[in-house]
Design a protein. Structure first.
Length: 182
């Protein structure tokens, strides 16, 4: 291929989740009083070598985080991968679980949602949203389908999670923007 036929590679566009991951990696690294060099060493020890320069670029959103990077970062920072994906906003009124009820976040693919709803979705407790115009019975089916497909069946039953059966008999509770199971 000649030089005149080559197209420059388009710049990678970072979305809201990439921004959240970068912020969370930096926040957690600093909270644990780790330097970029120490986090890089922990990543190398975890089998996912990322240079200190690359960790700095990651925190400045100048480097993409792959799924494998995300998992290794979670291991190195001793948090759940979900902790890196969602905001740690703790201001404002909180629900019974201590999650802010009024704070909003942008979730890639879903748009702006309540932080509490995003966390319940990530914890496999509720769908991120329910289709508009559904009857209570259809919403129950939607919830049941979400619960059944969001966790391994063995884990669901091992925890004695009765929400699938509760959904089947229609015992939903209201959440910030629709039905929810608590």
């Amino acid at each position: 291929m000649t030089d005149e036929k080559r197209q420059p590679r388009p710049a990678v566009k970072y979305g809201p989740t990439a921004s959240t991951v970068a912020d969370n990696v930096q926040r957690l690294r600093k909270r644990r009083e780790l330097s970029i060099y120490q986090l890089s060493a922990a990543l190398r020890q975890a089998g996912r070598p990322i240079t200190p320069a690359a960790v700095g670029k990651l925190e400045r959103q100048e480097r993409q985080v792959t799924v494998d990077d995300l998992m290794a970062l979670a291991v190195a920072l001793d948090v759940s991968p979900v902790t890196l994906l969602l905001p740690a906003n703790t201001r404002g009124p909180k629900d019974a679980n201590g999650i802010p009820t009024q704070a909003l976040t942008e979730v890639t693919g879903a748009g702006e949602v309540a932080v509490a709803d995003a966390w319940r979705w990530a914890w496999c407790e509720d769908p991120l949203s329910y289709p508009e115009g559904e009857s209570d019975e259809e919403q129950d089916r939607h919830l049941m389908d979400f619960l059944l497909n969001s966790r391994p069946i063995g884990l669901l039953s091992a925890q004695g999670d009765d929400r699938v059966m509760s959904a089947a008999v229609g015992s939903r509770k209201k959440r910030s923007d629709g039905p929810s199971m608590d």
